[in-house]
Design a protein around this ligand. Sequence first.
Ligand SMILES: Nc1ncnc2c1ncn2[C@@H]1O[C@H](COP(=O)(O)OP(=O)(O)OP(=O)(O)O)[C@@H](O)[C@H]1O
Length: 306
Amino acid sequence: MNEAVIEARDITKQYKDLTALDHVDITVRRGEIYGLIGDNGAGKSTFLKIAAGQIFPTGGYLRLFGNEDEKAVQKSRSRMGAIVENAGFFPKMSVEKNLEYYRIQRGIPGKETVESVLRTVNLLEKRRVKCEKLSMGMKQRFGLALALLGEPELLLLDEPINGLDPSGIIEMRELLLKLNQEKRITILLSSHILSELEQIATMYGFLSRGGVLEEISAQALREKCAGCIDLRLTEPEKYAAVLEKELPGTAYQVLQDQTIRITNPGQESARYGRLAYEHGIGVQGLDERHMSLEDYYVNIKNRGKL
Ligand SMILES: Nc1ncnc2c1ncn2[C@@H]1O[C@H](COP(=O)(O)OP(=O)(O)OP(=O)(O)O)[C@@H](O)[C@H]1O
């Protein structure tokens, strides 16, 4: 297992009487693309801001690149790049001049750095364009260029695909994959667009109302979502009992709408239907499906509410 680059333990953030984060444990390991998932107000941005050092937790601690001591944590932030707030820039200044300004301000050596990051994010030909003239997608990539200035090992990105059109989304997805795979940059990002996240993330953290519901690797999640069969039945409770007796060990959930969901079915779907008929239970519908990240999220969120 790769070393942890972020270890958040028991992190709490209190804003007067509002608890934005409540004893949160999150571990991000080197090489991962870690997707933070949660509804509006779940605490994603708050966590990213704490990791980026823009705000401080009211409880718990954060270990960065193995450092826990306050000063060492602060120092190790030079190894990360972040777009957490909207990337600040001087609207009337060109893309290149803006980046050059930030390079100098942050004490990053090498005049060629600006050209190199512009090439990485595919903005080299827009170098002389004023920032205010950039499209939304270009602004997002400009923000990424800013975050990449210090050659970070870790990127923190809050909603990097928010507001992008379909081609902007594809471009950003390919860019993030390239940074992760070719430059070996670990990425922690939040997104509401689960179908997008599903295409790049290797690890997920589900946040709800300031707490972590679950951390799970993309591989484990794929296995869990490998397939399921939804059976709509006249007597779901009776069927559950039959299932436990006839096919012990079958993983199932009783859903609303008279439905039983069998996860990771070990049998052909017809076998589950036959089992109902054999016990006098009517089958009103049988639907074989794969769970998406979105389905999974809805499921664990509902479980969290119980
Ligand atoms: N500076 C602040 N002062 C007071 N409350 C705040 C502040 N910043 C955030 N909050 C509150 O903390 C909670 C978590 O907010 P946060 O922005 O972290 O959520 P989020 O998961 O990023 O949501 P979104 O998806 O809408 O960006 C919310 O209830 C929010 O209103």
